[in-house]
Design a binder for this molecule. Sequence first.
Ligand SMILES: Cc1cc2nc3c(=O)[nH]c(=O)nc-3n(C[C@H](O)[C@H](O)[C@H](O)COP(=O)(O)OP(=O)(O)OC[C@H]3O[C@@H](n4cnc5c(N)ncnc54)[C@H](O)[C@@H]3O)c2cc1C
Length: 428
Amino acid sequence: MTDIHGSTHDLVIGGGATGVIMAAQILRQSNRRVTLVGRDAVFGHGIAYATKDPDHLLNTRVANMSAYPDRPTDFQDWLAANGLPSDPEGFVSRAVYGCYMQDLLRPWRDDPRLTVLQGEVVRLRPDTAGVTATLEDGRTVQADRALLATGHALAAEEAGMDNAWRFEGQQATEGRVVIIGSGLSMVDQTLSLLNSGHRGPIVSVSRRGLLPLPHADDPPCSQAVDPPVGVPVSRLLHWARQQARAAEAAGGTWRDTVDSVRPHAQALWQGMSPDQRRRFLRHAASWWGIHRHRIPQGSWARIRKAMASGQLAIQRGSFRRAEPGAAHLRHPDGSESRLEAARIIDCRGILRDPATHGSPLVRDLLEQGHARMDPLRIGLDVTTDGALIGRDGRPEPRLRAVGPVARAALWEITAIPDIREQAAELAR
Ligand SMILES: Cc1cc2nc3c(=O)[nH]c(=O)nc-3n(C[C@H](O)[C@H](O)[C@H](O)COP(=O)(O)OP(=O)(O)OC[C@H]3O[C@@H](n4cnc5c(N)ncnc54)[C@H](O)[C@@H]3O)c2cc1C
């Protein structure tokens, strides 16, 4: 058993993008020690940046992907320093971004303040001295606070399906491929299939059948706006449509409005009552998602071409279950069908309920009462500055959620531009 003791010492749990950004911010902004613990052999990748497929592009322009809010050209500079195309308006692959994330802690490689451990934290206990974490192999780490950067709750592997984030490589087939979901991961998987020479049909099934919309050639022109906070969702949507029409009348596009509203997204979410949040999730979240998470023009053109040729079909419906060689679907009219499939790819993305799908650590925190679910069960209940709220309703300032783990309080906290702000703030 290895014991690592420290007093002014932060423990960052999770070796994905959020974990390395958080660790880097603490090291940059303070003289605290940091122990970063991650399950995977490579740090910085997590689920988003582990892909090696060059067709899996960032959906955010280079100019917006710096790890540091106060150094907006950091990613661009890294690309240039590594001899890679560094057009600030361009879209590079997520594999390249993964290399940037992997490099982020390089300046502190020989700094005795940084300890990096590979392993899984399975237990975390706040105590009078701070926090004690226990890894799966019995090692313990003591620190004076812990930052949970453990990412998204993921679906368990389902028999008969490939999970879009857990497999690499496409086997071209003549048969039909059924993709469950029609969001960004569906776009990734379809592009990979097309590139691999797949000639069979591709059917994407999702409840609403909505596709992500494309970026324009030029970056949007965001403006200062003052969205109404705390109003019914229908009124907020009405306001947004009016803004979009005004942007279009002024020669811009709806993207100008979406990007102008984005800095207000956390305040809008926090201004909603639980009932308004529920309504937003039911009626507006998918609409917001397809406008907000846009795909590069090149990806959009290839998806449209596959749709126009009939190779890719988008069907409305919900996935019931998979069996070898077929997917069972329910259609909007209530009927059910069995769709034969040479392969089924699960692109349902992020699951919302960490109590059901969370890691052993998250489940343990819930069981021990150090955390509780938020009322809508979309994540752990945390304060706006990330402190976990325990079963007794009291915030625990020694346990902080960073990145997607803080989603129930902040909603827009999955993309790098939001994560880097929160990490910088927490480090301060
Ligand atoms: C497919 C995809 C594409 C995206 N594209 C973009 C984009 O173009 N632009 C953008 O801004 N954002 C994008 N995002 C969003 C964003 O960058 C991710 O949400 C972000 O990477 C979140 O990283 P994370 O480290 O919080 O979580 P994760 O990537 O889920 O990583 C969490 C890590 O923590 C580890 N871990 C979990 N529990 C423990 C534990 N108990 N002990 C030790 N380790 C643990 C896991 O093994 C994992 O490595 C994308 C997201 C996805 C999924």
